[in-house]
Ligand binder design. Structure first.
Ligand code: SF4
Ligand code: SF4
Length: 196
């Protein structure tokens, strides 16, 4: 799909779900007469594109901070539960008994947690004793909300929101640029609040 069309769809989705992208920018706050040609060009540029149109840097360091700490809510569907059980080589019933509990809305599940020295670890979280890095035991089939982090719609509403997310995730701002198309696909896939 054309990135421009996808951008418009994602913007509409953001507006519907989160009240829209922030208006303004430096150009809009300046009195019209004092706006130079360069500023005008810049304003047009800002209005026509999302603030992250060039992509965003992200590379997970496997610090594990998003899978532990404060009590969290990692919600997933029955399909995702079946996929995780298969990845772990378990019967679905055993998987739910050991790792999850029913959540709302009906048909969704919540991953269990355990209190550790690091905080409340998701029960899928593993730690490598040698490197200190963490990993998800069901990485290939992990819940959508885990897979689409940090490109959640609310983190993309403004550069400020992205910086707030970066304060909790050291992988934001690292590595190579993730393209606008991938960012928007992941944001669109992220379940709405209440289902994560
Ligand atoms: S907090 Fe960010 S860098 Fe750390 S494990 Fe989670 S996604 Fe990766
Ligand atoms: S399911 Fe995996 S990726 Fe998601 S919070 Fe748990 S350990 Fe982290």
């Amino acid at each position: 799909m054309c990135a421009h069309i996808l951008g418009a769809e994602a913007e509409r989705d953001l507006k519907a779900r989160y009240g829209g992208l922030p208006e303004g920018g430096l150009g809009r706050r300046m009195p019209h007469k004092t706006i130079s040609m360069g500023a005008k060009k810049k304003r047009k540029h800002k209005d026509g594109y999302l603030w992250y149109h060039k992509g965003l840097r992200f590379e997970c360091t496997q610090c594990g901070d998003c899978c532990t700490g404060r009590p969290g809510n990692v919600q997933f569907t029955s399909e995702e539960g079946a996929a995780m059980a298969a990845e772990l080589g378990m019967e679905e019933d055993d998987f739910y008994e050991q790792f999850a509990s029913p959540a709302h809305p009906a048909g969704t599940w919540q991953m269990g947690e355990v209190s550790t020295e690091y905080g409340f670890d998701c029960l899928m979280l593993g730690r490598c004793e040698e490197t200190g890095k963490t990993f998800c035991r069901a990485h290939s089939s992990r819940p959508t909300q885990c897979r689409t982090w940090p490109f959640w719609p609310e983190n993309l509403t403004s550069e400020r929101a992205w910086k707030v997310a970066a304060s909790e995730c050291e992988g934001i701002g690292r590595g190579s640029f993730i393209s606008l198309r991938v960012i928007q696909e992941q944001a669109a896939e992220t379940p709405p609040w209440g289902e994560r």
